[in-house]
Unconditional design. Structure first.
Length: 89
């Protein structure tokens, strides 16, 4: 089986820390989902995420999004194009 090369954006997204309390990266969470974790609780159990203060406001909502996305890495835009119309001079 030939594995697809990851783009820079995919690599950045995969190593992005989702659970800051435990340092759990998006790639690890996606792996857990792709290996059968189908609830936030199961993801937390498999990865160790969700034990700290960030579960309600940070990692919980992101894990929910990743579950809805079937464990596919979510790439966030790192730069947004800004038009001159966005500013008043």
């Amino acid at each position: 089986m030939v594995e697809k090369k990851l783009s820079i954006e995919e690599i950045k997204a995969k190593i992005k820390v989702i659970c800051i309390c435990k340092g759990i990266k998006q790639g690890r969470i996606c792996d857990a989902i792709q290996n059968g974790a189908d609830t936030i609780e199961k993801v937390n159990k498999q990865t160790g995420s969700g034990d700290g203060g960030c579960k309600a406001t940070r990692c919980g909502p992101v894990i929910k999004n990743l579950l809805e996305n079937k464990g596919k890495i979510i790439i966030e835009p790192y730069a947004t194009k800004i038009d001159d119309d966005d500013f008043e001079f």
